[in-house]
Design a protein around this ligand. Structure first.
Ligand code: NAP
Length: 432
């Protein structure tokens, strides 16, 4: 096996997952590249810390800001790489950045599909256009007519999920937009190989395998699928909480399963966080967080109300409880206007506001749904060791087990006097 001896290489989406792995391996080669350009959209952000650490140790690693869906950003990245290379070419362009959502045929939308297609298919095209002069230069600099990745090449990170013949893992994840975007990327690779052959540029689509990264873990729902295969009472329901059609479909499918009986407990747990400050907060970001963390729990409450009412009616007595009929909104002490918890560590303006608004929603639901016998409560799970909990850059004190164990105990003791409250995983009242 020949050793990869490449003078300059650029990897997109290099701050985590496979992109970061590629950078680490390239730097560890016996003959490492003279230049490794690692691109990411937020070089100073939390998610680029590993990459920053690497750059501080390896002077041949250059971090380049790049949002692959933004043509101006691509142009700026190509210009800055060209400048660094001081007249020589770029040998290897690895189009690795990609996104996946788990949408099904029912839940796929124009917006989601466009986003995935833009990132996974259009961006690799635009990137090769922008870097073509540098790739051509690299090909011209290397003697001989043989093509190789050390000479001049474009590698597009594809997936067997895009194989029209295989339709890999269809049963566990439909991921319509992802599959289509990768099938299209495969065609783009073929077109590039035809068009760029005369310039001596090798073009290939590469499937990295099913890998333990953020994306790999989402695609398979592996843990959840494993649990479901062992527990016939566990039903996996596709749901994009920001999509009203998806919420409607989820409520209908749950209703069908329940065969005329009600749903006792709705836990609005899905949520997102961003570390934006007052200066960096944007309309888009704030809207996205508000939609996921506040509006979705409202819409889910609406959609599941008939099933919750049915559950309340099906239980005798006038008392309220989580065993009878309840909505639990997963809030956070980050949304407490009094505490302003961990402000110094992370401003997270949109997140705080979305959870304060969720607390108010919980109070409104408790007032409005009391007459139906539905208990409503906002719960702070503690600061927990999850992707979100770890994102602030410190190790949170609570394990998932400890937090969930505590919350279930709290839920089991709730009654009508607690409806509309804001409690933590130990049952303590949290200040609004
Ligand atoms: N993991 C698997 O099992 C698997 C299987 C087959 C194929 N693949 C392919 O391999 C590639 C890497 O996957 P992964 O598992 O490493 O995924 P990942 O852990 O989710 O990382 C995705 C990377 O892409 C970046 N990215 C996404 N949208 C971007 C945008 N608009 N502009 C710039 N960067 C963007 C992300 O940056 P942020 O941190 O800024 O979001 C991140 O660095 C993808 O093309 C994927 O389709 C993965």
């Amino acid at each position: 096996m020949g050793e990869l001896r490449v003078r300059s290489v650029l990897v997109t989406g290099a701050n985590r997952g496979i992109g970061l792995g590629l950078v680490q391996h390239l730097l560890a080669l016996p003959n490492p590249p003279e230049w490794v350009f690692a691109t990411c959209r937020d070089p100073k952000g939390q998610r680029a810390q590993e990459l920053q650490k690497l750059a501080s140790k390896h002077p041949n690693l250059v971090i380049v800001p790049l949002e692959v869906t933004d043509p101006a950003s691509i142009k700026a990245a190509a210009a800055s790489v060209g400048e660094r290379l001081k007249g020589s070419g770029l040998n290897l362009l690895i189009n690795n950045a990609g996104v996946l959502n788990a949408n099904t045929l029912e839940t796929e939308t124009l917006k989601d599909m466009l986003h995935v297609y833009t990132t996974n298919t259009i961006a690799p095209l635009l990137l090769s256009q922008a870097f073509l002069p540098l790739l051509k230069k690299a090909a011209q600099e290397s003697p001989g007519s043989r093509m190789s990745c050390s000479k001049a090449a474009i590698v597009n990170m594809s997936s067997t999920a895009g194989s029209i013949k295989e339709v890999f893992l269809w049963e566990s994840a439909q991921c319509i937009s992802y599959r289509c975007s990768k099938a299209a990327l495969n065609m783009l690779t073929r077109c590039q190989s035809m068009g760029y052959r005369e310039h001596g540029i090798l073009c290939v689509a590469l499937h990295p395998g099913w890998v333990q990264t953020d994306m790999g873990n989402v695609a398979g729902c592996t843990e959840l699928q494993k649990l479901a295969s062992k527990h016939p009472n566990l039903v996996i329901v596709p749901l994009e909480v920001t999509d009203p059609a998806s919420i409607k479909a989820a409520a209908a499918s749950v209703g069908e399963r329940l065969k005329g009986s009600g749903l006792n407990l709705l836990i609005n747990n899905a949520g997102i966080a961003k570390t934006n400050s007052l200066d960096t907060e944007t309309l888009d970001n704030m809207s996205q967080l508000f939609t996921t963390n506040t509006i979705a729990p409202l819409l889910l409450g609406q959609a599941f109300l008939p099933l919750l009412k049915k559950a309340a009616q099906g239980s005798p007595g006038s008392g309220m409880s989580c065993s009878k009929a309840a909505i639990v909104n997963m809030s956070s002490i980050g949304g407490s206007i009094k505490e302003m918890y961990l402000w110094e560590a992370a401003h997270c303006v949109a997140y705080r506001c979305s959870k304060a608004a969720l607390n108010m929603l919980t109070r409104c639901q408790s007032m409005g749904y009391r007459e139906h016998g539905i208990l409503c409560v906002a719960l702070h799970p503690g600061w927990v060791q999850t992707d979100m909990g770890n994102a602030a850059g410190y190790t949170p004190p609570l394990t998932v087990d400890a937090s969930v164990g505590g919350m279930l105990k709290v839920l089991s003791n709730l009654s009508e006097k607690d409806s509309g409250a804001f409690l933590d995983w130990e049952g303590n009242v949290v200040a609004w």
